[in-house]
Each structure stands twice: as structure tokens, then as C-alpha cells.
Design a protein around this ligand. Structure first.
Ligand SMILES: Nc1ncnc2c1ncn2[C@@H]1O[C@H](COP(=O)(O)OP(=O)(O)OP(=O)(O)O)[C@@H](O)[C@H]1O
Ligand SMILES: [Zn+2]
Length: 714
């Protein structure tokens, strides 16, 4: 059952030949009915036959494949999740298990005498003259009429209702359409991927290349090969809402749109897409991480684009990393897996270096475009004016760029106006009532918000601590504040802010991208959503307002992350004929990350990162798993955390750090404690975790979340 249960339930099979494993079945569950899957393995023989309840019905849906069942089992075992919780992710559109209801539309009726034929009605009649019934929406669009016209025609007896035949929902992408002429290095990379995709065997290839080198065009060739061999392809993108340009390019290459899978689909599209995938009717699907659990009958290729992105890690419920699970699903499916990035993770780089993954690299930008020139602005030597955040060199560079008629971008990975608000009179800082976090001012929306739990309140008239009226001041900048400064400096420039709260949804992102492409914007100000994947031909200057932002805090991967993010942002500059320039404002110009960004020597930086992690057995040279204990009452959390600490596993190559309060010590009103298990790479953490958790009694109101291979440490 798709429920967080440790095991399968037993039911009596219906009369006749037993339904094969993978069949979807309707069964009684308590007082209700629910859909489950016939799982593999033996029934529990201790249960007397008389106690078994009977399967109500075997559903008329393609059974879940053995590959997907093994994948569910594998993910459950690896992440220490109940198998039913993982199964639930593989049954994310239960409505798709009912056979599709026939869709209603219109057909031509024998025209009655004297019916009035307006030009609009004429267009509909002409359209339907071929005898094929069509859906109302399709007619309205093709004939350019409103639904009211159709209703009127039906009343007049000109058209009549008709059932539409079941048609495949997704037009097949055409691999035979010619792609762009590839350069020699692109060609070599494409050949390698094409060969991998055509082999019908498991492989993983790391596709790296500088920003703008054409990695997308290259892996499109692997997709084309997969289509030619009649198998399905899955592309995982970190943020599907930001993929307008990607989708445009896919359509240009293959002449049809891919199927999409993400959290904002309507229930109906979700159902249709799930069903189409299960029936092999969606040759290419592009999705967020949850797409990994779709019922592809014959998956031949999985591409994980921007494989270094932390957005691939799911932190709630079943805690898994979609990049790593993509490799697993590819292995179980005898498929090729391609991990693509200009700034690959140290995990993947290491796997390529040890030969576990194949690798291929594109060393230059497409079309001879140069890599941007990166320079550091030392904020100690060139500070901004008081109360400002843009230094004189950056202000000058933006001014020059705009004067030349080119586009500039200011990057600051912080939403809102100011990350903290302080009382000038008593020093009190405004914090979230539910979390260990400052409230972030969103001035345009006139709200103070917590970015962890969503708590929002109006800015106070007086300090809540000392009562001084109008005493609060914003501390530090967010993108809104940078916009304010930019408006004062360049009042003429057409400005656009791109942040997840100002660009809501795929349509808004697509519109923003089109406005930038069409040069309706001069100055772009954005958070990390502007960093990834975009190709803006006229953008030549990138200014990073606070390059040090990601380096604070003790996160194992802080340096790697900062390098990846800033290198990606820098990579948006100068992608076509005009050369690009990048200015990074920093207080630590000597820091290894800043130096690596200037030199652009990614290999040297990654090698140094590797050497820093290897001796202490930090990932990827060792394994980590985190336990996060949380409870509404701090003492309850402490008690369980302490018991876990006392029961911690030990021995050669095994170490437990903590318990300690989590950096986010209170989140959504729950008190949180963390423990971290670190082992040598050759020691599996799952058996240790299982035994450990079995030794400690956890009361119902305390939660212990297991995070294998954690990427966040809050
Ligand atoms: N062989 C080619 N012919 C024509 N256009 C190409 C070719 N290769 C790449 N391009 C174009 O160059 C631009 C950059 O390519 P692409 O976005 O694939 O690079 P990328 O390596 O994925 O970049 P990033 O890592 O920065 O996202 C795109 O507009 C793409 O269409
Ligand atoms: Zn909060």
C-alpha cells in the first residue's frame, strides 16, 4: 500500500489466475477502499486464510514494471524509508489508474434548412467537413471562434456531440530533424553519448564543459539516439519553472514539445501524463526530481542537467538525492545516464576520476565566444558610499555597459529588501516567533517574512522590545534594496528584478526571459534564479554584490557551492559576440574561492577541495548520515538526542558527531537537535543506522528524521 508501512499487507487473490506482481488492485483498508500494488515475495504464512480480506478488483492499468518495483525497494532501503512511502511517490496520480474517460467533442450534423450561417459558423463547418470530430477547445482555437458560437451551432442543429477517439497526447519528437552543425569537440562528445544511449546497457557519463559550450545541444543527440531506438528519455532539470529557453530549444531541435512533470500541473494533466508515460506514449519527459518515479516501461536515457544543483535533493518525507537515484534507476533499467554541468559536484568529479563514470569535456564556448574576464573588487579598499552597497568600480562598470547599449546584471542571492531589522534605540532584532531566524523585510509588499516557515507580519510602528516609535532600521541588502540603489544611479535604465517571489511560475519566467532577449531590459537584478542555464545574447556585465555570502557557516561544501554558484552566474556574461566582464565584490579577495573564480581553473580548485576532504574521510571520500531529532518541547528533543548519543555506533572508521542543537535550532516551532554519523567509504551506513535506531525508544511526539548523504546541515 502507498502508505508509510514497514511491510506489504496480505489479501486473498480474486478467483482465477492470480494477478501478476505489479498489478494495481483495489482493496479494502479499514473501513475504506484503497489502491495498492501486488508486490513480490511470499505471503505471510502465519496469517490464516480465513483472516484475509479479498481483493475487490484488479484495475485495468498497465502493471508497475519489475524495474520500478526494484527501484522503489532500493530507494526505501537506501534512505531508510518505509517502502510504502516510496511507493506513494511512484503512484503520484492515482486517477491515472482508472481507464481514461472518453472525451466529448463535436461532429458535423446534417445541416437543417434555413440555418443562419455566419462567417464564424462557416469556419467551424469547414473545419469539421473532413468528418473527424474534435474537442471544443481545438475547434475554438483552429476556427478562431468562442465557445458560445459552438453552443449556438449545437442549438441550431449544425453540430452534434460526439465521443473522441483516444489519441496519444504527446506528439512524438522527431529525431530525424537536423540539429545544429556541431563543432568538432561537440561532435566527438555527441558521438560518445550517442553510442552510450544506443547500447542498451547501463552507463554513466559526466558531461562537463565551460558555460556556453553547448552541452545541451550535445546531449540532445543522445536523446535523438534514444528515440531512434524506440526507448524513452527522461531529462531532470533542477527548476522546471525556469526552463522556458530549454523548452524552446527542444522544440526547435525535435519539432514537438516534450511531456512535462512538476508540482504545478493540473490534476488532469498529471493524470494524462502519468498514463501516457505508463503506456509508452510520452517518448521524452522533462521533469523535476519526482519524475524519477514515473512508470516508464522502457527507459533508455536519463539526463540530469546542472547535476551539481542542490535542488535535486528532496529534504522532506523520503529524503533522497535525485541525481544519485537517477544513476540507480538507469542501472536497473539498463539505460544510459548523463550528468551534465559546467561546475560538476566533487562527488561526480571523483567518480569520473576513479573510472566509475565515463567523462567527456567541452573546453570552449560555442561560436568562438571568449570566456568572461573576472576581476575582484576589494571592498576594504573600494568601499561603497555610506548606506550603499555598490562600490565605485562596479558603479562605473555598469555605467559603461549601459552607455554602450549592452545589458548588465547585478547578482545578490537574497530576496527582499533587508535580511535583518534592528531597533536603533535598544538594539533588538526582529526574529521569527517560530524559528531561529531573522525576519526579512519585503518593502514592496510591506511585510516582514520568515524565509523558513512563511510567517509574515506587518512592520511594527514601534520596537516590540523597548517601545521606541519608528526606531527600526534595515540592516544589509536584499535585491529590492539593490534595485532602490540602481534606480537612483541609473534612472533611465529599464530594470527588472528576478527572484522567486517576483517571478512566480513558468509563464512569468518565460516572459522575463523574452523581455531580456528582446532588449526590453537594460539592467537585471536577481537572486540565484538568474544564475542557471540562461542564454542572454546581449548581457556583457555581471556584478556580484556580495561574493562572500555563501562562505559563512560551517557547511562542508560552502566553498564548493560558492564557487559553483558564482562561476555559473559569471558564465551568463558575454555568451555571443561581445566579450563579457564580471566584477565580484568581496572582503576576502585572497580566499581560494575568489582566486579560483578569477583564474577560472576549475580543475585546480576541485583538486584542492578533494585534498581538503580526503584525510578526514569527508564525502565523497567517506560517508555521512544525519539524524535530526525534533519535538515541540525542547526537553523531549534533548532526551531522545541524548539517548541516541549514548547508543551511538562506534568502531574502526565509524564516528558520531553530536548531539548538538541544529543551526536552525527551532523550525516551525519544533526544537531540533542533530547527530552526524561519519564512516569510511567502504562501510555502509544503512545497517549501522538500522541497528542504532532500534536501540533507542522514540516517543510518538518526537520525530527522528534520517538523512543519508546530507547536503544541507541546517
Ligand atoms: N553547434 C551549435 N550550433 C549552433 N548553436 C549552438 C551550437 N552549440 C551551442 N549553440 C548555442 O550556444 C548557446 C549555448 O549553448 P548551451 O546553452 O547548450 O551551453 P551550455 O554548455 O549548456 O551552457 P551553460 O552551462 O552555461 O548552461 C545556445 O544558445 C545554443 O543554442
Ligand atoms: Zn519562521
Amino acid at each position: 500500500m502507498p502508505l508509510p508501512l514497514a511491510d506489504a499487507y496480505d489479501y486473498r487473490a480474486p478467483a482465477g489466475p492470480p494477478p501478476p506482481a505489479g498489478s494495481f488492485v483495489l482493496v479494502p483498508l479499514g473501513t475504506r477502499r484503497a489502491i495498492g500494488v501486488v508486490w513480490d515475495g511470499e505471503a505471510d504464512s502465519r496469517l490464516p486464510e480465513s483472516r484475509l480480506r479479498a481483493v475487490i478488483e484488479v484495475l485495468d492499468a498497465p502493471p508497475m514494471t519489475a524495474t520500478l518495483r526494484r527501484f522503489v525497494d532500493w530507494v526505501a532501503a537506501y534512505t531508510l524509508s518505509p517502502p510504502g512511502a516510496v511507493l506513494r511517490m511512484a503512484m503520484s496520480a492515482p486517477a491515472a489508474l482508472e481507464p481514461p474517460a472518453p472525451q466529448a467533442g463535436w461532429r458535423l450534423a446534417s445541416a437543417p434548412e434555413g440555418a443562419r450561417i455566419t462567417p464564424a459558423r462557416r469556419r467551424v463547418l469547414d473545419l469539421l467537413a473532413d468528418g473527424r470530430p474534435r474537442a471544443g477547445g481545438e475547434i475554438a482555437e483552429a476556427a478562431g471562434v468562442t465557445p458560445a458560437v459552438l453552443r449556438g451551432m449545437a442549438e441550431a442543429g449544425l453540430i452534434a456531440p460526439a465521443l473522441l477517439p483516444h489519441r496519444p497526447r504527446f506528439a512524438p519528437p522527431d529525431p530525424a530533424r537536423p540539429g545544429p552543425a556541431l563543432g568538432p569537440e561537440q561532435q566527438a562528445a555527441a558521438d560518445l553519448l550517442r553510442e552510450a544511449a544506443g547500447r542498451r546497457a547501463f552507463s554513466t557519463t559526466l558531461l562537463t564543459g565551460v558555460t556556453g559550450s553547448g552541452k545541451t545541444e550535445v546531449y540532445f543527440e543522445a536523446i535523438a539516439e534514444t528515440l531512434r531506438s524506440g526507448r524513452q528519455a527522461l531529462v531532470l532539470l533542477p527548476e522546471i519553472a525556469l526552463s522556458a529557453q530549454w523548452l524552446e530549444r527542444f522544440r526547435a531541435r525535435f519539432g514537438a514539445a516534450p511531456a512535462l512533470w512538476h508540482s504545478e500541473l493540473t490534476a488532469r494533466t498529471r493524470r494524462d501524463t502519468w498514463r501516457a508515460v505508463a503506456e509508452g506514449q510520452a517518448p521524452v519527459l522533462v521533469g523535476a526530481r519526482s519524475a524519477l518515479f514515473l512508470p516508464f516501461p522502457d527507459l533508455g536515457l536519463i539526463v540530469v542537467d546542472e547535476e551539481h544543483e542542490t535542488a535535486f535533493k528532496q529534504e522532506e518525507g523520503v529524503v533522497y538525492h535525485a541525481r544519485d537515484m537517477a544513476v540507480v534507476r538507469a542501472r536497473l533499467s539498463e539505460a544510459a545516464c548523463v550528468l551534465a554541468s559546467a561546475t560538476p559536484s566533487l562527488e561526480s568529479v571523483t567518480n569520473a576520476a576513479t573510472g566509475r563514470y565515463a567523462s567527456v569535456h567541452l573546453p570552449a564556448r560555442h561560436g568562438g565566444a571568449a570566456m568572461p574576464q573576472v576581476t575582484l573588487v576589494d571592498l576594504r579598499r573600494s568601499p561603497p558610499e555610506r548606506g550603499r552597497f555598490l562600490s565605485p568600480p562596479l558603479v562605473a562598470a555598469v555605467g559603461e555597459t549601459l552607455a554602450r547599449g549592452e545589458q548588465a546584471m547585478l547578482f545578490l542571492n537574497r530576496r527582499g529588501y533587508a535580511p535583518m531589522t534592528l531597533c536603533r534605540a535598544c538594539g533588538h532584532r526582529l526574529r521569527c516567533p517560530n524559528c531561529t531566524a531573522w525576519l526579512v523585510e519585503h518593502r514592496a509588499a510591506r511585510r516582514l517574512q520568515c524565509h523558513h516557515c512563511g510567517h509574515a507580519e506587518a512592520p511594527p510602528e514601534a520596537c516590540p522590545s523597548c517601545g521606541a516609535p519608528h526606531s527600526t532600521v534595515p540592516i544589509g541588502p536584499g535585491v529590492e534594496r539593490v534595485l532602490e540603489e540602481a534606480s537612483a544611479l541609473w534612472p533611465e535604465a529599464r530594470r527588472l528584478v528576478m527572484a522567486s517571489d517576483t517571478i512566480a511560475g513558468p509563464a512569468a519566467a518565460a516572459a522575463a526571459a523574452a523581455a531580456i532577449r528582446d532588449r526590453e531590459v537594460d539592467l537585471l537584478i536577481g537572486t540565484q534564479i538568474v544564475a542557471k542555464g540562461w542564454h542572454f545574447p546581449h548581457l556583457t556585465l555581471v556584478g556580484v554584490v556580495d561574493a562572500d555570502l555563501g562562505l559563512a557557516g560551517g557547511d562542508l561544501r560552502a566553498a564548493e557551492r560558492t564557487f559553483q554558484l558564482l562561476h555559473q552566474v559569471a558564465g551568463r556574461a558575454g555568451r555571443e559576440e561581445h566579450p563579457g566582464r564580471v566584477l565580484l565584490q568581496t572582503f576576502a579577495p585572497e580566499h581560494a574561492v575568489m582566486q579560483a573564480l578569477v583564474s577560472g581553473d576549475l580543475d585546480a580548485f576541485m583538486a584542492a577541495e578533494a585534498e581538503a576532504r580526503r584525510p578526514g574521510h569527508w564525502p565523497p571520500f567517506g560517508r555521512l548520515a544525519a539524524l535530526i531529532v525534533s519535538a515541540e518541547e525542547d526537553r523531549a528533543a534533548d532526551r531522545v538526542a541524548r539517548d541516541l548519543g549514548l547508543a551511538a555506533p562506534g568502531g574502526e572508521g565509524v564516528e558520531v558527531l553530536g548531539p548538538a542543537p541544529a543551526p536552525l535550532a527551532i523550525l516551525r516551532g519544533r526544537h531540533r537537535r542533530r547527530l552526524l554519523l561519519k564512516t569510511r567509504r567502504d562501510i555502509a551506513v544503512q545497517p549501522l543506522l538500522r541497528a542504532w535506531l532500534a536501540r533507542v525508544e522514540v516517543p510518538g511526539h518526537v520525530r527522528v528524521q534520517v538523512d543519508v548523504d546530507p547536503v544541507g546541515f541546517l
